[in-house]
Design a protein around this ligand. Structure first.
Ligand SMILES: *[C@@H]1O[C@H](CO)[C@@H](O)[C@H](O)[C@H]1NC(C)=O
Ligand SMILES: *[C@@H]1O[C@H](CO)[C@@H](O)[C@H](O)[C@H]1NC(C)=O
Ligand SMILES: *[C@@H]1O[C@H](CO)[C@@H](O)[C@H](O)[C@H]1NC(C)=O
Length: 491
């Protein structure tokens, strides 16, 4: 869902309100549109390339239309010019009327185009919750298949000379797909199938299509049913707690993960014997998850992994060494995590994963500003999984103030609170960020800066010595009682 879109900064919102006038269909023409959908489980990648031609001098905003269905399942989006790395700035327009079945996203082009000038714009998106298992239930030994539906036409506020949609299945084993006849804009066959790809189109000379009249008259839905040989994973809830400790020079990260196998629900009973036989013949059932490989930061220590029952000893960690300061090497510790039981369709598994890391690897102090800077990874990517709800909590040292933070993308909600733990006097400032529908594309860092007043540095020793003093007094007190008991006993 594009919930992340709503919370962009105020200036973008104002810009959006100002530009909510109708898109001028006369600004551009699409000489060609090609949409490719790479089908998978929880994460479907859809890439649309628009070859555009400016129909007037000076046009510099190109508008993309998304159906409501596409908008709701798009969790991540990036626009750029073909062959270039730099992302283009875009923003979603607020809805004129909530009932419309299409939404506009304005993409700012890097320069004003001259009349007849052309560009190729690539729109990359990741869709979540876009496929569903079909059949919805299957036995342990059955195969797994998913369905995906989408609109037949890529809609656009501009005229389109030619367009195609390619649905690419992970394997050529496509069970079925929508077969259409008599399509108004098709000159030849409306669809073709080749290997693992079903192509709808080419469709020619399509008028501006992001309007009720076109959608009602021409838009159709196409469906594809395909085999998928990997578990469909969903993290229903991720709670990440990050604790910055100056005392131990430590960064502790702990994840509570509520994982779900969103594949077809298991029909009948689970048979461990069948599971072992399948493992023995190296033909694991496609919808069963035996283990997960996670990439954790380098230089970590005290890694722990436990579930509701206790420590899970079947995990294996290959810890990567600490990187030298300033190194950009991509090195990670690799954890092979084996859930206590194989995770079958519809089953949940809740576990906790945590580790310590030297604070110096992710924090620094700037003596000029007197501030500390720390970067905190937003999540651990579980390959192929979508994180439905995430809560990332960053706890700063006691007494920290004057904090500033930059998340990699706007949070659905964010708040600051104060947490008190053992031996704390004033409590620790805690920043909490909430997100929905995170994907591997959202993997990034929250940057936080803060100041720790000199007085705060002494709060802890004072608190610690007060506690020791307390214990000491208590010990003496107990000894006295103890003595007295002895005495009475003796007497
Ligand atoms: C733009 O293209 C149209 C149609 O191809 C042509 O008639 C016109 O002369 C072109 N204008 C310029 C300035 O190139
Ligand atoms: C948990 O299991 C791991 C892996 O076998 C082991 O190294 C670790 O010491 C265990 N931790 C506890 C607290 O039992
Ligand atoms: C898994 O968790 C979800 C949400 O907490 C719950 O609705 C569902 O019943 C659980 N499934 C099983 C098999 O326990």
């Amino acid at each position: 869902m594009l919930r992340h879109w709503c919370s962009t900064s105020l200036s973008l919102l104002i810009a959006g309100l100002l530009s909510s006038e109708a898109v001028s269909a006369k600004d551009f023409e699409n000489t060609a549109i090609v949409r490719q959908v790479d089908l998978a489980g929880s994460l479907v990648q859809a890439t649309t390339t628009y070859a555009v031609k400016a129909l007037r001098d000076g046009a510099d905003v190109y508008t993309v239309a998304l159906s409501t269905q596409d908008k709701e399942r798009t969790s991540w989006m990036e626009a750029r010019l073909k062959g270039q790395q730099k992302a283009l700035v875009w923003h979603a327009r607020p809805l004129d009327t909530p009932k419309t079945d299409y939404h506009f996203v304005d993409i700012k082009l890097p320069k004003r185009l001259g009349l007849n000038e052309t560009l190729n714009i690539v729109l990359d998106t990741v869709q979540t919750h876009a496929t569903k298992p079909w059949p919805e239930q299957s036995a342990q030994k059955d195969e797994q298949a998913l369905i995906y539906k989408t609109g037949l036409y890529v809609i656009s506020p501009y005229r389109t000379l030619v367009q195609r949609t390619k649905l690419k299945s992970p394997s050529p084993r496509i069970i079925s797909h929508t077969e259409l006849e008599d399509i108004s804009f098709a000159t030849g066959a409306p669809f073709t199938k080749s290997g693992s790809t079903v192509t709808y189109g080419p469709f020619n000379n399509i008028p501006p299509s992001s309007n009720e009249a076109f959608l009602e008259k021409h838009q159709d839905e196409v469906l594809i049913h395909f085999h998928y040989d990997h578990p469909v994973l969903e993290v229903l809830k991720l709670r990440r707690a990050v604790e910055v400790s100056h005392w131990g020079a430590n960064l502790n990260i702990q994840d509570d993960i509520h994982l779900r196998n969103a594949g077809p629900k298991l029909k009948g009973h689970f048979s461990r014997l069948d599971h072992q036989a399948q493992a023995f013949y190296k033909k694991p059932a496609p919808h069963v998850l035996p283990s997960l490989t996670l990439h954790l930061p380098p230089g970590i220590r005290n890694t722990y992994y436990y579930d509701l029952i206790g420590n899970v000893s079947t995990s294996r960690l290959r810890a990567a060494p600490r990187l030298p300061r300033g190194s950009n090497a991509k090195l990670s510790s690799v954890l092979e995590l084996r859930p206590r039981y194989p995770l079958l369709g519809g089953w949940n598994y809740t576990f906790t994963l945590g580790w310590d890391a030297p604070l110096g690897d992710s924090a620094s102090y700037d003596s000029k500003t007197g501030k500390y800077y720390v970067k905190v990874p937003i999540m651990t990517v579980i390959p192929g999984a979508v994180v439905d709800e995430a809560e990332v909590k960053v706890t700063l040292p006691e007494g920290a103030d004057d904090f500033e933070f930059t998340p990699p993308f706007p949070a659905k909600s964010m708040w600051i609170s104060t947490e008190k733990t053992y031996l704390d006097t004033s409590g620790r400032p805690t920043l909490t960020f909430e997100y929905n529908d995170l994907t591997a594309k959202h993997d990034g860092y929250i940057y936080v800066s803060y100041r720790v007043p000199i007085s705060a540095h002494f709060q802890k020793p004072v608190a610690v010595s007060a506690a020791f003093m307390g214990l000491f007094v208590l010990a003496i007190f107990w000894r006295r009682i103890d003595l007295r008991i002895h005495k009475t006993k003796k007497a």
